[in-house]
Design a protein around this ligand. Structure first.
Ligand code: NI
Length: 133
C-alpha cells in the first residue's frame, strides 16, 4: 500500500503526552503511534455507526454453577448467525475460559455479549471490538 507523508502540528504539551504514550506502549516511532490512534478511532466509529464489525467475547466462569452452560448455549443459539467459532479452555478445577469469535451488526453483537455476561455465575465477561474490513 502506498504511504503518504504529511506534517502534523501539535502543542508542546500534547506532543509530550504522545511521546509518553509511545514510550509506555513501545511504539517504534510517532508515525506508528498516530496510525494506531487513527485506526482505533475509526473502529470505535464503526461500532457507533452500527456497521458490520468483528470481535470476540471472553467469558470466565465456574462450570459447577447450575444451568450456566445450558443458558449460555441457549443464548448462543439465538444469535448463531453472529458466531464464527468458540473455544473453551479449562483453566483449573473450577474455572473455564470461553472465547467466542463474532462478526456482524455492531448493536446485535453488543446485545449478544450483554446477554452472555448477564448470566448468573459469569465471573468476568468482556466484548473486544475490532473491525471486519
Ligand atoms: Ni471447562
Amino acid at each position: 500500500m502506498q504511504v503518504k507523508r504529511f506534517g502534523v502540528s501539535l502543542e508542546d504539551e500534547l506532543l509530550k503526552r504522545l511521546d509518553r504514550l509511545i514510550e509506555n506502549q513501545k511504539f517504534p516511532n510517532r508515525s506508528q503511534a498516530i496510525r494506531y490512534l487513527i485506526k482505533k478511532h475509526l473502529v470505535d466509529d464503526e461500532w457507533e455507526c452500527n456497521g458490520e464489525v468483528a470481535g470476540a467475547i471472553v467469558l470466565v466462569y465456574d462450570h459447577h454453577k447450575r444451568n450456566l452452560q445450558k443458558q449460555s448455549t441457549e443464548v448462543q443459539h439465538n444469535f448463531h448467525h453472529l458466531i464464527l467459532a468458540s473455544q473453551h479452555v479449562h483453566l483449573d478445577h473450577n474455572n473455564c475460559l470461553e472465547t467466542i469469535s463474532v462478526k456482524g451488526n455492531a448493536h446485535e453483537l453488543v446485545t449478544l455479549a450483554n446477554q452472555l455476561i448477564a448470566i448468573k455465575g459469569i465471573k468476568h465477561g468482556k466484548l473486544v471490538m475490532s473491525t471486519s474490513t
